[in-house]
Write a protein that binds this ligand. Structure first.
Ligand code: FES
Length: 83
């Protein structure tokens, strides 16, 4: 399914997804600990990983474009895949 959304400046990708009724798991409610909100960024510049996301990425050997939606700031034109 393809879905577009308008983003605000301070929102995370998880917040944008939830406000646009995109089903995205978020067991820890955006605290960056569960990794259930994991997405793959297909297009668009990515914000730097937060400290908590960096820790999860190292623990779980994330690919560079494998990100936590609760920690990622979306940018205009960003395309993500929800696994
Ligand atoms: S909601 Fe748990 S890591 Fe993002």
């Amino acid at each position: 399914m393809h879905k577009s959304a308008i983003i605000g400046n301070s929102e995370t990708l998880l917040q944008v997804a939830l406000s646009n009724k995109v089903g995205l798991s978020h067991t820890c409610e955006g605290m960056g600990s569960c990794t259930t909100c994991r997405v793959f960024v297909l297009e668009g510049e990515m914000s730097k990983r937060t400290e908590v996301e960096r820790e999860r990425a190292i623990e779980r050997s994330f690919k560079d474009n494998e990100r936590l939606a609760c920690q990622l700031k979306p940018v205009d034109g960003m395309v993500v895949n929800v696994p």
